[in-house]
Design a protein around this ligand. Structure first.
Ligand code: TXA
Ligand code: MG
Length: 328
């Protein structure tokens, strides 16, 4: 059983000692909980891959506490990413930059690039600052399963493999950070949609940003090897329905509905979840993984999910639902 640490200076101190001795621990961020280790310690990093059952070729994200620390562990002119950093950090944006050789190859799966961000959780930034080194952290879920947005989620699926979980409460954003590659300065490219959308990035960079479309496209694996078509999956099938009629026809005793918002005209099954009261995409993202986990535990045999609106701000939620429902 993992020890759950409540936010306090003592908890931070316990974690810093534990991580500096090569241990792993779950930490809160504004997106999802991360499974953390000292990014400069290859043996500690290896434990993350074992605990998550993560393929070795899937690189990790480096979490730093300051822009100076990001500059220290990457190479290339800071000007290239400074505008994004100033506007969105600390926050749910991950940059792909050239890596400094001080980062062990296991973190980046042998690549010469590194994914890096400054998380919004003050508590986790304090751990990183006191550790004096960046933390490498993928989402704290078994590889392929729904990501965790509370300490309890981490406990449920990795509790026997992680000694400590730092409880920072429920994650405000609820889905993973947007990943943007700045490796080709002429072609900034979103590799994973998330809380920060394409038009926000385009105006911050004053340059057109494009989104690499990935669902069902395994060639994407070359740019972001972890972006498998099937990901974020409950143990029961998720079926995406773009036709509201189909949602009305499901077998209501053995299936659950995952709806974007309340629908008065549909006869509801016993098990139903709504992602937003107000039709707001951020609210839907915040609730998505909790809803999927509750439905997974509810005893039904399948989850029928409503397709989100096509607007840009829904890209992150749509991406996660596409992968949750993919059988590729
Ligand atoms: O919000 C988040 O980003 C969370 C929290 C914990 O910070 N982390 C997270 O990590 O989502 P993870 O490991 O679940 O997803 C990281 C993604 C993977 O798809 C991985 O392949 C990609 O980032 N990635 C990491 N390094 C990369 C690199 N150098 N080039 C391209 N993709 C990379
Ligand atoms: Mg993940």
């Amino acid at each position: 059983m993992a020890t759950i640490l409540r936010p306090s200076p003592e908890s931070v101190a316990i974690l810093v000692v534990h991580l500096s001795e090569g241990g792993i621990a779950a930490i809160p961020t504004e997106t999802v909980y991360g499974l953390a280790a000292d990014a400069t310690n290859p043996d500690a990093i290896a434990k993350i891959f074992v605990a998550k059952n993560r393929p070795q070729n899937n690189p990790l994200i480096l979490h730093c506490h300051s822009i100076e620390q990001v500059a220290e562990y990457t190479i290339g002119e800071t000007e290239r990413w400074y505008d994004l950093a100033r506007q969105f950090w600390p926050g749910p944006l991950t940059l792909i930059l050239k890596k400094n050789p001080a980062i062990p190859d296991v973190v980046t799966a042998g690549r010469d690039t590194v994914a890096v961000r400054i998380p919004a959780s003050q508590l986790s930034r304090e751990v990183i600052r006191k550790l004096g080194r960046p933390i490498a952290a993928p989402s704290a879920n078994p590889s392929g399963y729904v990501s965790p947005t509370t300490a309890e989620h981490v406990e449920e699926s990795l509790g026997d493999r992680v000694p400590y979980i730092l409880d920072g409460g429920a994650c405000e954003r609820g889905i993973e950070s947007t990943i943007i590659s700045l490796i080709d300065p002429e072609k900034p490219m979103i590799l994973r949609p998330g809380p920060i959308n394409q038009s926000e990035l385009t105006s911050a960079l004053k340059r057109q940003v494009i989104t690499k479309h990935v669902a069902g496209d395994e060639s994407q694996a070359q740019d972001a090897p972890g972006l498998f078509s099937a990901h974020y999956q409950p143990t029961i099938p998720v079926i995406l329905c773009d036709d509201p009629l189909k949602l009305k026809q499901i077998d209501k005793s053995s299936s659950a509905l995952l709806l974007i918002s309340k629908k008065s005209e549909t006869v509801m099954p016993d098990v139903v979840e709504y992602l937003t009261e107000s039709g707001n995409a951020n609210e839907a993202a915040t609730n998505l993984y909790s809803a999927l986990r509750r439905l997974d535990k509810s005893g039904v045999k399948a989850i029928y999910a409503e397709v989100p609106p096509a607007d840009q701000e829904w890209q992150g939620v749509a991406d996660r639902l596409n992968r949750a429902s993919s059988n590729l």
